[in-house]
Unconditional design. Structure first.
Length: 140
């Protein structure tokens, strides 16, 4: 069946998080008419920044997804910077508080992270170097 304006292909995407938006963009690039449905008042899924505790104090709602999006071949292929996206990278991208009030931070620099992790540092660095090598390989 030939596609005509009256019989255009349509798609519905449920969720306007990074994966839903990626699906919607991919479908639109293939000439689908796409409707995106999101239950929350703003798009972004876990990549949203929200006031969760105090007025004016912003939290990365699900910041674990940011490194995946920043390194994504798909998102890197889009002109997101021309639409206002600016990736901001913290020197310590992760912190874990302990019950006694102390915390550990995960440093961006592998040598600093190895030092902070003390006896587990060498194993952690070897693991991260393997991950880095894997991510550097072209996708097939």
């Amino acid at each position: 069946m030939n596609s005509s304006p009256q019989s255009a292909r349509t798609a519905a995407v449920i969720g306007a998080g990074p994966n839903g938006l990626a699906a919607a963009i991919t479908l639109a690039q293939r000439n689908f008419h796409v409707d995106v449905f999101e239950a929350q008042p703003q798009p972004g899924g876990a990549a949203r920044t929200l006031e969760l505790t105090e007025p004016g104090f912003l939290h990365d709602f699900g910041s674990a997804v940011h490194p995946l999006a920043a390194g994504s071949p798909f998102f890197s292929s889009l002109p997101l910077q021309s639409h206002g996206l600016e990736w901001i990278h913290s020197p310590a991208p992760l912190a874990h508080p302990f019950d006694d009030g102390t915390a550990i931070t995960l440093e961006r620099d592998l040598r600093e992270a190895e030092s902070v992790l003390a006896p587990d540092g060498k194993c952690w660095r070897a693991l991260m170097q393997a991950v880095r090598r894997t991510l550097a390989r072209p996708l097939r």
